[in-house]
Unconditional design. Structure first.
Length: 217
């Protein structure tokens, strides 16, 4: 890790396993609209591009029209379920402590910033990140794979992008790192990795099977 002075983490599927809470919230909304529930694993595959895209994908998969207020209803439901089942992946708190002793830490997610901060605080992870080093998908920097948020975090920390590592679990994170450009570390354990095109990996990209894998890079 000594080569990286800034380590930026995705949230869902990287730091925390939020799949069940997201799936339950989607299925509660679908149920209100008369549709049967979707499998949790299938909802997990829809996560990564922000709440509006998740909702649109869920209604498309259910083959029913999406109500105009579907996004607002989903956000209201999910707001009550942020921490019902969501927990850090095993080893995440320890890894953050160890990596944080060697590098600056940040979070870059497409989840709204308010929900992100509540999850980090509720799981006692917020102490690892400066308040201005947490960027959500509802900020002026746009959503990943737009690299603006990643570039801002590096610039604010006065750390060059070549010394910045983005840790994520999906092709969205992969494309963000490529466009910045920064180094990518993919979390194979995350629910966003299922359909990642591994043939696109090249020398200098990293893949880990558990959070502790960061320590062995």
């Amino acid at each position: 890790m000594s080569a990286f002075s800034l380590v930026v983490f995705d949230l869902d599927g990287t730091l925390v396993n939020s799949r069940q809470d997201l799936a339950d919230s989607v299925n509660l909304l679908l149920g209100e609209c008369g549709a049967p529930p979707l499998p949790e694993s299938r909802v997990g595959e829809m996560v990564g591009d922000g709440a509006s895209t998740l909702v649109a994908r869920a209604f498309a998969a259910s083959a029913i029209p999406q109500p105009p207020d579907a996004l607002a209803r989903f956000l209201a439901i999910y707001d009550t379920r942020l921490l019902v089942h969501t927990r850090p992946y095993p080893g995440v708190p320890e890894v953050l402590s160890l990596v944080g002793a060697r590098a600056r830490l940040a979070v870059l997610t497409n989840k709204p910033a308010g929900s992100t901060r509540r999850i980090l605080a509720g799981l006692d992870l917020a102490r690892h990140f400066r308040d201005d080093a947490v960027i959500g998908g509802d900020t002026p920097f746009g959503r990943k794979p737009d690299p603006a948020g990643l570039r801002h975090l590096a610039s604010a920390a006065r750390i060059p992008l070549e010394a910045t590592l983005l840790v994520g679990d999906s092709s969205v994170d992969f494309r963000t790192a490529r466009q910045a450009p920064a180094t990518i570390c993919l979390a194979r354990y995350g629910f966003g990795f299922a359909h990642f095109p591994t043939e696109e990996l090249r020398d200098g990209d990293y893949v880990i099977d558990a959070p502790a894998g960061l320590l062995a890079l």
